[in-house]
Design a binder for this molecule. Sequence first.
Ligand code: UTP
Length: 296
Amino acid sequence: MKKTKRVQQIRKAVIPVAGMGTRFLPASKAIPKEMLTIVDRPTIQYIVEEVVASGIEEIVLITSAGKQAIENHFDYNQELDLLLERRGKLRICEELRHLANLIDIVAVRQKKPLGLGHAIWTARNVVGDEPFMVLLGDDLVVSDQPCAKQMMSLYNEVQESIVAIQTVPLEQTHQYGIVEGEMIRERVYEVKRLVEKPAPGTTSSNLAIIGRYILHPDIFDMLSRTTPGHGGEIQLTDALLALSNKRSMYAYEFEGDRYDAGDKMGYLKAIIAFALRHPELKDEFRRHIKEVAAAS
Ligand code: UTP
């Protein structure tokens, strides 16, 4: 009888939040940028909720000094719980209990901000020898089906690493990691080459990598051999290029809208997008936006 290869499930998600957040200073000086509020919850909560909605079992948070607020946000606070219960604030009490029980979170420290590649490498012992998801702690996707789940469906088919991409204007490619590849079907490309923030005019591809990846565990081996690249940091894109030379890799144009909430303009756009979807706020907010637009 012909044996079919067992699909290894994606059980763990690595979320790096150890960056310095220099683009968001001074707001991010004492408060992690991942804890800045988008409507009624911090950025990181939307990302954790995407992970949970995608059926992943465990989060590996890559943190650094000064980021304890992120772990505390997902922890149980008994004092607050008792106080809210005593005051009869049962709805918010329930919501906080739910938040503390969302998913198991393991935190690992990245001791120096040596780059995204180095942050992922820090997770190697906790992830082990299995494929895993990566979601950047400041990258939000608004979509009907969670972006991570869309990627996991493709993974079940291809069982190789996948980077999420969006098309960007050619004059913006120098701000992103760029994929050069061959389209194999709608939204799916086979990766041929990757380059981190290419100098203007050096690539004809406008396929930009966003903050969602499914990675084969061989990435850790590649990362351990990656030397500092663009900006003097250990770049994940450089390790991905090495991995793509060894194994197949795919780029997936996800369905939805992505917002870089680590950037001031991206953050403002994210607030508008989430407010316009918020069940209790959307109608009044839409009216307000129309009034502001009409008056300007
Ligand atoms: P960014 O490129 O946004 O870098 O990192 P940053 O340092 O956080 O912010 P800026 O550019 O100075 O404003 C993308 C993701 O990778 C994490 C960040 O926390 C963010 O989620 N990261 C980056 C790390 O965990 N460690 C690093 O050394 C660098």
